[in-house]
Design a protein around this ligand. Structure first.
Ligand SMILES: Nc1ncnc2c1ncn2[C@@H]1O[C@H](COP(=O)(O)OP(=O)(O)OP(=O)(O)O)[C@@H](O)[C@H]1O
Ligand SMILES: [Mg+2]
Length: 251
């Protein structure tokens, strides 16, 4: 059976800097297979290209080399809008569309001509700890953390098969962040959605994932089970990266 999602020798050139020829890669030779629905934490130092990789997987940027396959078919032979329905990127900085909160949540049904799932919206709002939110409120007037959660719920309502999450709890207090984690893990279990989740919070990575993608040195340096990665990174860069977290645990 074809993998749900497959990355084959994926590469993105770095922007031209200092008039160097375009031979330097931001990342290269990224290969991985997702055979069954999984929760993957994508971690690595700032500037490694994690966000760019996720944006590339959602075809918001084009890969310079290599291939991405969804259920065995290359992105090159798929309609881009269809692809983005299956593989959805949720940015760190939420983008609200003009209109009310409800208008935003209705976007998916409007765009795809499908009925609006009001019960689902209500349940997800509760799960994301919105208590008595005024649905007629202008979305632009929401706080950063509120926008982030509305954008996330809007993406869930699209029911993508692969959900790419870019630090989606970064501007939330710890209680709301935990609620959102739970909401996403439940969603993963019930809907069978694969989550690829960028986080700088290594505790969150170990709580929410069963697989780690560790980016370093311009590639996917380690692709491991979460427990194995944190207990025994296979590379020196991995060891350096988890050192502080493991030290914190010893104290
Ligand atoms: N082709 C490119 N596309 C995007 N960014 C590029 C490219 N070439 C070079 N860069 C640079 O590489 C870095 C990539 O940033 P990106 O946001 O993907 O990293 P990140 O791992 O998500 O970092 P952070 O953890 O800080 O969010 C930026 O500094 C950007 O300016
Ligand atoms: Mg980023």
């Amino acid at each position: 059976m074809a993998a749900i999602f497959e990355l084959k020798q994926l590469a993105k050139y770095a922007w031209q800097q200092d008039r160097k020829p375009q031979t330097l890669y931001l990342f290269e030779q990224i290969s991985a297979e997702v055979l069954q629905p999984q929760c993957i934490a994508l971690i690595g130092a700032s500037g490694q290209g994690k966000s760019t990789l996720l944006r590339t997987l959602a075809l918001l940027e084009s890969p310079d080399e290599g291939d991405i396959l969804y259920k065995g078919t290359s992105f090159r032979s798929q309609d881009i809008r269809w692809w983005r329905q299956q593989v959805c990127y949720v940015p760190q900085q939420a983008i609200m569309l003009p209109g009310s909160v409800e208008d935003n949540l209705r976007t998916v049904s409007r765009l795809h001509g499908e009925p609006y799932e009001e019960e689902l919206a209500t349940r997800l709002l509760e799960d994301a700890m919105f208590d008595g939110l005024d649905m007629t409120k202008q979305a632009k007037d929401l706080s950063g953390g509120e926008k982030q959660r509305i954008a996330l719920i809007r993406s869930l309502m699209l029911r993508p098969k692969v959900l790419l999450l870019d630090e989606v709890t970064a501007s939330l207090d710890s209680v709301s962040a935990r609620a959102v984690e739970q909401m996403l893990l439940q969603w993963h279990i019930h809907e069978g959605t694969t989550l690829i989740w960028i986080t700088h919070d290594l505790e969150q990575a170990s709580r929410t994932s069963n697989r780690i993608w560790f980016m370093s040195g311009g590639t996917l340096l380690e692709d491991r089970l979460t427990a194995d990665f944190f207990n025994q990174p296979a590379t020196e860069a991995g060891r350096q990266f988890v050192r502080f977290r493991n030290r914190g645990e010893e104290q």
